[in-house]
Design a protein around this ligand. Structure first.
Ligand SMILES: *[C@@H]1O[C@H](CO)[C@@H](O)[C@H](O)[C@H]1NC(C)=O
Ligand SMILES: *[C@@H]1O[C@H](CO)[C@@H](O)[C@H](O)[C@H]1NC(C)=O
Ligand SMILES: *[C@@H]1O[C@H](CO)[C@@H](O)[C@H](O)[C@H]1NC(C)=O
Ligand SMILES: *[C@@H]1O[C@H](CO)[C@@H](O)[C@H](O)[C@H]1NC(C)=O
Ligand SMILES: *[C@@H]1O[C@H](CO)[C@@H](O)[C@H](O)[C@H]1NC(C)=O
Length: 720
């Protein structure tokens, strides 16, 4: 395939806008994307379960990104949605499917829609329905939920409306130094013979799809799957961020920019100040998650914060204290730098795979989906029948990981619970004897599968799904498979496809795992890793045979797909718990003003250096009197902009999406006035000129009054 690519380098970032010979293509393809950033104040972040980690600004905005592929207008099609979110949520899936049903009828259903999370730990929480996942967010957060549901729906509508004939190229390669195994002592429990088959204790493979418009030959999108945790940003970060998976949002065509100068301060103004507008014709680039379970992006390893020495190998603790053992990213101690570096490494591989992609996918589109009740699946092993268990968490879960240590008094690998915690546990819920036996060797700390008060703490019903696009098989799994667990599942599915078909599947069949998809049920470790009870094993909810159950059930789907059979038993539907959710988070606050000021007025203006102008690498900042960003999320808009003077007009040059511009929100702790702090780390690529910082916000005087939009600007400053 002829490549006459025009690749524009934008620093690290490359505009993926190139050309492939203009055949019509084999499939119908469409892509879409929509802002889902969520409340940038006061909402607990999903991932680390740190009560103090509440949103307070934006590093860069979050998006839902979708591709749809079909065999012509009448043939089978499926939808894949990638969310810049900690994980998928059962309730989101249920509600979005209802919306899709009322809009498109039976075109998009649970069977052929996959919704996957990137596993960023820096997005607002409160959008999952099972209680254990909304404890730290103080229950359900409607605003978090609604913005994601809207974004999924809007991105699917966009992709649907964009459907056109096209081709899909696939390319596979390695990513260097973007992940290490954070539980190597658990990985070592796997049989030596099995381990010897792999060069490393993490998967380094990235699989990339490139979508090419059949008429123009233009690439309209690229999605890739690669396993590494979204934990480059630490559990102390308070800025909304896609972490290391979302550098891809900058893979966009350099666009001309429209100015806002002189316009009214309304909602439109913040949207027009977006540098890269979502006009539906943009390139959609997405970085999706895979078997991420034991893969950390903190590739320098974990060290004791007191001594600087490596942590205990088996327990990841320092003299018994789990909280002192913390992983280091490549930019240590600068976590923003680490995020950019790990994101950059994935991005670099993605660009290389994108540019060199030449193999065109062909063949059938198919999909199969079932729900399973994981409480008691009977699994046939070689010589016996075993069972999965009601969900439970062990003490290794409470210890957290080297990416984000948990509570004091626990260690990964603990096979006992101390009397203090045992008493506390029994106060909450004493596990049944059946559960204790079933979960062995996990000591049951929280028997969440036996806790239903005031509503279920954990999922019992889980979806599994296979999507097929020619030789590519995507396995939608509702959790985080460890490296070895993922390998076993992929191989079992591939072998089954090959052995059950007449040559339709073969050695070239390529299987990828789409992690954290459709719902969330934490981790899946191998049976051997389970015996060691590190964090991933202690969070493997349904007992030692959880992985075997997945493999058994996925093999049934694979066999049915290979034999061209229909699945008639679809399994029990998961519950819709929306009506019983509780929300304890208080409404927005922090929007009183000092006498004589208006929202958007400057509190602290640019602090000029002595030389009178700024240089690249400097960080001019300004603080504005502002209002809580929860009044209006400014979806598809921006809270912050850097504007450059061109002639007599101010033109937006950087916005919320830029990695160099930070929007930080806080409430002044003595006056209780709200403050927006804008900081711009002037990048090397910035052109010399006259700039200013511009802030956009929204407020409401009373609950019933209309939203009032405001804006403010700093003094102008020169950059040379
Ligand atoms: C600015 O926007 C207007 C309409 O919204 C469009 O006609 C014009 O081409 C844009 N200018 C630039 C420089 O993008
Ligand atoms: C880790 O635990 C294993 C037993 O599972 C033991 O053989 C090994 O010596 C331990 N390693 C260290 C460094 O403590
Ligand atoms: C799942 O199975 C268990 C055990 O058979 C049963 O008690 C429970 O009601 C089932 N859950 C759902 C939601 O159907
Ligand atoms: C599977 O279901 C489809 C549609 O319901 C039907 O057309 C097809 O004949 C079925 N295939 C088999 C093998 O039963
Ligand atoms: C107010 O904030 C400052 C700086 O963030 C901090 O040093 C101080 O301790 C805070 N005061 C109170 C009462 O929380």
């Amino acid at each position: 395939m002829g490549e006459s690519g025009v690749i524009v380098a934008l620093g690290l970032l490359v505009c993926a806008w190139s050309w492939v010979g203009g055949t019509q293509g084999e499939y119908l393809i469409g892509v879409g994307s929509y802002d889902m950033s969520g409340p940038a104040a006061d909402v607990n972040m999903m991932g680390y379960a740190n009560l103090e980690q509440n949103t307070a600004g934006i590093h860069f905005r979050l998006r839902a990104r979708t591709f749809i592929v079909g065999e012509g207008l009448e043939g089978p099609r499926f939808v894949f949605v990638n969310l810049d979110a900690g994980m998928a949520s059962q309730l989101l899936t249920i509600k979005v499917l209802q919306r899709l049903n009322s809009r498109f009828g039976n075109l998009y259903t649970e069977e052929n829609v996959a919704i996957s999370g990137t596993h960023t730990h820096a997005g607002p929480g409160g959008y999952l329905q099972y209680l254990v996942y909304s404890v730290t967010s103080l229950g359900f957060v409607k605003q978090s939920f609604d913005v994601i549901a809207d974004a999924i729906e809007q991105s699917i509508i966009q992709a649907h409306n964009n459907l056109k004939p096209g081709s899909i190229l696939i390319n596979i390669g390695d990513v260097k130094d973007a992940g290490i195994n954070r539980s190597p002592s658990a990985y070592l429990q796997n049989p030596a013979k099995e381990r010897a088959r792999y060069p490393s204790n993490v998967d380094t493979q990235m699989t990339l799809l490139r979508f090419v418009d059949g008429e123009s030959g233009k690439s309209i999108g690229a999605f890739n799957w690669f396993a590494t945790h979204g934990t480059s940003m630490s559990n102390e970060n308070k800025l909304i961020s896609g972490d290391n998976k979302d550098i891809g949002q900058l893979v966009k065509k350099a666009q001309s920019i429209n100015a806002t100068g002189g316009k009214d301060c309304n909602k439109q103004a913040n949207q027009e100040s977006k540098v890269r507008k979502n006009d539906g014709s943009l390139f959609v680039g997405a970085f999706c998650q895979s078997n991420v379970g034991d893969v950390s992006p903190n590739v320098l390893g974990a060290f004791c914060t007191d001594t600087g020495k490596p942590c205990d190998f088996n327990h990841s603790s320092c003299n018994g204290n789990d909280q002192l053992c913390v992983g280091r990213g490549p930019g240590y101690p600068n976590e923003i730098l680490s995020t950019n570096m790990i994101g950059g490494r994935q991005f670099k591989s993605a660009v290389e795979l994108f540019q060199s992609a030449s193999e065109e996918l062909s063949g059938k589109i198919e999909y199969l989906h079932v729900y399973l009740n994981f409480t008691d699946i009977e699994v046939e092993l070689d010589n016996k029948v075993v069972k999965t268990c009601p969900a439970a968490l062990g003490p290794g879960f409470a210890a957290g990981t080297t990416d984000g240590p948990g509570a004091f008094g626990f260690q990964q690998g603990d096979l006992k619970i101390n009397p203090f915690w045992k008493n506390l546990r029994d106060f909450l819920k004493e596990p049944s004897q059946y559960q204790v036996d079933c979960q062995n060797s996990k000591p049951v700390l929280l028997s969440i599968g036996e806790m239903f008060d005031p509503y279920p703490w954990a999922p019992a019903i889980l979806p599994i799904q296979i999507l097929r696009l020619g030789k590519l098989i995507i396995l939608s799994v509702p959790g985080e498979f460890t490296t070895m667990a993922g390998r076993r599942l992929r191989e079992a599915v591939k072998e089954t496809l090959i052995s059950s078909s007449n040559g339709e599947f073969n050695d070239k069949t390529h299987v990828v795992i789409a992690g954290l998809t459709n719902t969330y049920s934490q981790y899946i470790a191998t049976f051997e890793e389970y015996q060691h009870q590190r964090y991933e094993a202690a969070s493997t909810l349904y007992g030692p045979h959880t992985l075997s159950a997945y493999i058994q059930e996925f093999k049934k789907l694979a066999k049915a797909m290979a034999e061209g059979q229909n699945i008639t038993i679809k399994g029990p539907s998961p519950p819709d718990l929306s009506s019983v959710q509780r929300s304890l988070l208080l409404g927005p606050f922090g929007d009183s003003l000092p006498e004589g000021t208006k929202f958007g007025d400057i509190k602290e203006d640019i602090d000029f250096p002595e030389r009178g102008y700024f240089r690249k690498g400097d960080t001019p900042s300004a603080t504005f009197w502002s209002a809580n960003p929860r009044y209006d999320l400014l979806t598809e808009g921006t809270f912050a902009a850097v504007e450059r003077l061109q002639g007599e007009r101010w033109i937006a040059a950087y916005d919320d999406d830029d990695l160099t511009l930070f929007f930080k929100w806080k409430v002044d702790n003595s006056s209780l006035h709200g403050l927006a702090i804008l900081e711009w780390e002037i990048p090397d690529a910035a052109v010399s000129g006259v700039y200013r910082l511009r802030h956009f916000g929204a407020t409401r005087i009373t609950i019933t009054s209309p939203i009032n939009y405001f804006t403010g600007a700093s003094s102008a400053f020169a950059v040379q």
